[in-house]
Design a binder for this molecule. Structure first.
Ligand code: GPU
Length: 847
């Protein structure tokens, strides 16, 4: 190959990589202080040192990123694309150092410059472009894709404001403040001002002919600009890409500015181009039907598809081969508009016929469902889609009425023969109505899960139980129509790099020492943890294991003292529930259980109290700004804490903390410190859960319901090492029926719970009236079955106490739990997607 220009020797000698000895690292950091930051060494503070170190690390990432993308272009493998509205990345510097294998070198170099690596790592703000589990899962999958050398790109939105900052008022109310995470420059992104696409909204769609073609004109056009975030693999040179889109006006200036004080108002108000990527919607498990949210979804899917298609077109292959070069994963239904959008491009721009286009579409997309909660299944009003995306509404109608929905592939002949729902189930009009993409009503609504399902090659849930529920409830008719083989399961996973090595370095070191394996080995084959099992009989090892847990508890206590000024008793069992506030997750059950414990302690003699297991309960989590009941739960937790933490009779035995502003970084401190964590959703409601895996990986035991991935965790670690309680999924519907049609007074059904509720009403934790709406969710209807599960919950908490009293046996349970968590590495999960869904292969990248 001929050198493109200039003196090849000159180029080659300049092109060598970066030196990574400590001396070169300090030079590079100081160079960035002087040049990129234009600052003096004399007055360099921790923030400046962080920025310079980050820029220096980023240089390494960029070189690997370049090499990786070059290999992808040269080898032209099939690629996978992960479309997610949320990527909850957290901090990057420590992870980048770990994955590059440069942690020790930078630690040393930073120290020589007079700073401490711990302090400068703390300077970084979280990239919090997500709400909870769904967004964090996407982040773990990116880490694993690069670590497994899989050619995968993420596509998302570059929100100017991530998830809101949570403040707690003196009364215990959640307040929301904007999260201006881009205030300082973000060293982890590369603006690609040359990667730009036009995206249209509104306007007119005119049909051109009988072949379903149309022309879409007029309306508003905005620009999508790419920002690339580098995703380094652990122990590989592979550095994948997360491409985030920013919206900009196509011409002129838009003066509607974001009003930071009025969160909801700001989210919905402005119709300007910039507004589209201004703010992450802070709702989890809910659909709102807001126009701006629809515009976000379309803006992002249209830009991503255009980008993917442009890359494919560079290969010079016939368009019908598109599915052999691209697999597109839909992270929940948020990117479902990609299905009609690809139809639009193929039909209106590539001029393919309907069936060819539909064949390409249905071989390209894959859909992951993350919930079966009815209120969380996305639906968009037909008039809204008609207004914002008139052409897409036509295409959706075409899918419903004349074409693909009634012409879907049969099992017998996958190549071309197609049949229709009507032909397969003649005269079954109820079935047709159930399956339709359009739900009748005022207004009519588009059911995005149905569209995602019929437009995809495969569909999966995120844990065994959940995938079964998908097959037997929300998509049952589609299973009967299309065959069960389209509907699979990929149990979620977590990256052990962040969720063990980074957040619990002492435990990681002990594991390496004990297994006599370098961590680079077991962090990439997590089943190696099983090698810890024999050491449950090793007294010295057990002692060290327990000591590390204790130090992690002290680290958390230190954090609470620094941030809240409160002193935490570290000689108590640490009990943790940290997740989004939601009725189905039942934080209310937990706080009512705490009150029950408090009342029980109050009734004991001091001598008897001394015998109980002392407990510190931690809560953290955000509530959607408009979720009144969830906010009331926070208020109750805060006020219960205020009263019981100050009660001299009980405070040595039971205290309670609500830690504000839950984040990835806070989770990294909380998780390694827990003795027991709670995952107590009503059976059948938590699709998987992923923090359950994180706690167990760090040797915390699990208290939970028979739900989501809790079940598979118990299968792995053994039921004797988890604390299960509560009714099972098949009982839930019957119980709800009983509540409605044969209600039993709470005093009779569950006196212990009735007593707790009465104490709250009576004002034990401040004005009881405030909590009535929350208490009434339990007294009336009790949709989430607190009254059915309360007694067995209290019993399970008692079993936890009993088990914890036997500290030697407890440590063994803790070790056994960690040892059996291999299955839950996101490396395993991403490889399942790669093999059984996307059909992509590894692309090794070497220097
Ligand atoms: N999940 Br739907 C979210 O975090 N947000 C959502 O809007 C929806 C689902 C979660 C599930 O609740 C959780 O069980 C699962 O582990 C996670 O997605 C990742 O699959």
């Amino acid at each position: 190959e001929k050198w493109p220009r200039g003196d090849e020797k000159e180029w080659r000698s300049a092109l060598r990589g970066l030196d990574t000895d400590v001396g070169s690292i300090t030079k590079s950091v100081v160079h960035h202080v002087q040049t990129s930051l234009a600052r003096q060494p004399h007055n360099l503070d921790d923030l400046g040192a962080y920025q310079a170190a980050a820029l220096s690390v980023r240089d390494n990432l960029i070189l690997n990123w370049n090499e990786t993308q070059l290999q992808y272009t040269r080898k032209a493998p099939k690629r996978a694309y992960y479309l997610s509205l949320e990527f909850l990345m957290g901090r990057t510097l420590d992870n980048a150092l770990l994955n590059l294998g440069l942690k020790d070198e930078y630690k040393d170099g930073i120290k020589r410059l007079g700073f401490s690596i711990e302090d400068i790592l703390e300077q970084e703000r979280d990239a919090a472009l997500g709400n909870g589990g769904l967004g964090r899962l996407a982040a773990c999958y990116l880490d694993s894709s690069a670590s497994q050398e899989l050619p995968l790109w993420g596509y998302g939105l570059r929100y100017k404001y991530g998830i809101f900052q949570q403040l707690i008022s003196p009364e215990g109310n959640q307040l929301e403040a904007p999260d201006p995470w881009l205030e300082h420059q973000n060293p982890w992104e590369l603006p690609r001002l040359d990667v730009v696409y036009d995206v249209r909204f509104y306007g007119q769609a005119e049909r051109l002919d009988g072949k379903g073609r149309a022309q879409w004109t007029g309306g508003q056009e905005v620009l999508a600009i790419a920002y690339d975030v580098m995703i380094p693999g652990y122990g590989t040179q592979t550095t994948n890409n997360l491409r985030l889109w920013e919206s900009r006006p196509k011409r002129g200036f838009d003066l509607n500015s974001f009003n930071a004080g009025n969160y909801e108002g700001a989210v919905e108000s402005s119709n300007s181009a910039e507004a589209i990527t201004s703010v992450l919607y802070p709702n989890d498990h809910t659909t709102f039907g807001k126009e701006l949210r629809l515009k976000q979804q379309y803006f992002w899917t249209a830009a991503s598809l255009a980008d993917i298609l442009r890359r494919f077109k560079n290969l010079d292959k016939p368009i019908t081969e598109f599915p052999e070069y691209a697999a597109i994963q839909l992270n929940d239904t948020h990117p479902t508009l990609a299905i009609p959008e690809l139809m639009r491009v193929l039909i209106d721009e590539e001029e393919l016929d309907w069936n060819t286009a539909w064949g390409i579409v249905t071989n390209t997309f894959f859909y992951t469902n993350h919930t079966v909660l009815p209120e969380a299944l996305e639906k968009w009003p037909v008039p809204l889609i008609e207004h914002v995306l008139p052409r897409h509404m036509q295409i959706i109608y075409d899918i419903v009425s004349l074409r693909s929905f009634f012409l879907t592939r049969t099992l017998s002949d996958a190549s071309s023969s197609r049949t229709s729902v009507e032909r397969k189930f003649p005269h079954d009009r109820e079935r047709l109505a159930r399956m339709s993409l359009i739900e009748e009503g005022q207004p009519k609504q588009v059911r995005m899960a149905h569209l995602a399902c019929i437009g995809s090659r495969k569909v999966n849930g995120v844990a065994e139980l959940h995938s079964d529920l998908v097959r037997t409830t929300i998509l049952k008719d589609f299973v009967e129509f299309e065959g069960i083989s389209k509907f699979g399961n990929v149990t979620n996973g977590i990256t052990p790099r962040r969720w063990l090595d980074q957040c619990n370095p002492e435990l990681s070191a002990l594991i390496s020492k004990t297994l006599k394996l370098d961590k680079t080995v077991w962090l990439k084959d997590l089943t190696k943890l099983e090698g810890l099992l024999p050491f449950t009989e090793d007294k010295a090892f057990c002692k060290e294991w327990a000591a590390i847990k204790q130090r992690n508890k002290e680290r958390l206590a230190h954090h609470v003292e620094l941030t809240l000024g409160l002193k935490v008793n570290t000689n108590a069992l640490f009990d943790v529930q940290i997740k989004r506030l939601h009725e189905y997750k039942r934080q209310t059950l937990n706080i009512l259980g705490v009150i029950h414990r408090y009342l029980t302690l109050k009734n004991m003699t001091p001598a008897k109290r001394k015998k109980v297991v002392n407990r510190v309960v931690f809560f953290a989590g955000k509530a959607a700004p408009a979720y009144y009941i969830a906010k009331l739960t926070i208020r109750l937790i805060v006020n219960v804490a205020r009263i019981i933490n100050a009660d001299p009779d009980t405070k040595d035995h039971l205290t309670l903390y609500f830690l504000p502003d839950y984040s990835v970084s806070l989770a990294e401190v909380l998780i390694p410190a827990s003795n027991i964590s709670q995952h107590i959703s009503t059976a059948g409601t938590e699709a998987s859960g992923t923090s359950n895996m994180k706690f167990c990986l760090n040797g915390g035991l699990l208290l939970g319901t028979v739900d989501g991935a809790n079940i598979e965790i118990a299968e792995e670690v053994g039921e004797s090492n988890v604390f299960f309680f509560g009714h099972l999924t098949p009982a839930v519907e019957d119980l709800r029926f009983q509540h409605l049609y044969h209600p039993v007074p709470l005093e009779q059904k569950c006196p212990a719970l009735a007593h707790v509720l009465n104490q709250v009403s009576a004002g034990l934790f401040g004005d009881g009236h405030v909590y009535e709406p929350l208490l009434n969710t339990v007294r009336q209807g009790d949709y989430y079955l607190l009254s059915d599960d309360f007694d067995s919950y209290i019993a399970a908490l008692g079993m936890v106490d009993e088990a914890y009293s036997d500290s030697e046996e407890w440590v063994k349970k803790s070790i056994r739990t960690t040892a059996k968590m291999g299955k839950f590495s996101s490396d395993r999960a991403i490889n399942e997607y790669a093999e059984s869904y996307w059909n992509i292969e590894k692309v090794p990248v070497t220097k």
